[in-house]
Ligand binder design. Sequence first.
Ligand code: CP
Ligand code: NVA
Length: 308
Amino acid sequence: MKKDFLCLSDIASDEGWEIVENALRFKKGEKNSNILEGKVVGLLFAKPSTRTRVSFEVGITKLGGKALYMTSSQLQMSRGEDIRDTARTLSRYLDGIVIRTYAHAWLEEFARYSDKPVINALTDFSHPCQILADVQTIYELFGERIKEIKIAYIGDGNNVANSLIVGAGLFGLKLYVATPSGFEPNAKAYQLGLELSKQSGGEIVLTNDPVEAVENAHVVYTDVWVSMGDTNGDQKVQFLKPFQVNEKLLKHAEENVKVLHCLPAKKGQEITEEVFEKHKEEIFLQAENRLWVQMALMDKLFGEFFRS
Ligand code: CP
Ligand code: NVA
């Protein structure tokens, strides 16, 4: 495994499945690890977070380590210290660093100058830890059928959609992504997903028609229409209205469709309160799985790094 986990394409398909299997073993209490004993992992966040921050802090503690949370506004980088010097300094103190920021290029530059592993906790381009938890969740719900079922993502072509596409390629999933015209996922993520699908047998279809995507889907996934840092929120919401996950849209799906949402949700926009409450079991299972899958990810990443 590489030193850093910045994108799902940083891991091989068998490594991805190993992480998901180990996440389930951690969850069932069949696996324990103290790989972070005596180690300190930093969390550097430039955006708010509930799930990612807390699940990483708890996961690091359960692996025997200590988490150190920092917001970028408290560091000298808020006064102009450059990325390279921040990375070279922090990696002298810390054993690894989990970063949530805006530009993906910022994260990549930080990782280049950090001697210690860097984990992507969300950028404007991607959210790979989220998708590991989503794959674990779908695997828990559908077992070995995971590669046969139809998964539909409905809404904005954002960071979560981009990573879901790369994840579908890596794990060999059948994914339809419906977004309004002009709000499609990132072209690079789509190309990456298609490339990976050639090996894995995955199928990725982009459409502007939410009904085509939801038709006979087993899983319907959505995320907020306005992401952190988006500046064109009001305009976007108008285009996204036909992409709301509501009872009417879900009538096109399989009878026992599962609905996923990475959270936080803006009820009344991308999802109705009614649909959200009806599907709260799978939505909060998905939130819980962030903890287990990130423990499995860190166990593997730091295990290989410390041995190297
Ligand atoms: N899904 C997710 O990353 O949630 P937070 O923004 O609360 O971390
Ligand atoms: N797309 C959302 C995901 C939040 C977890 C955002 O970037 O704000």
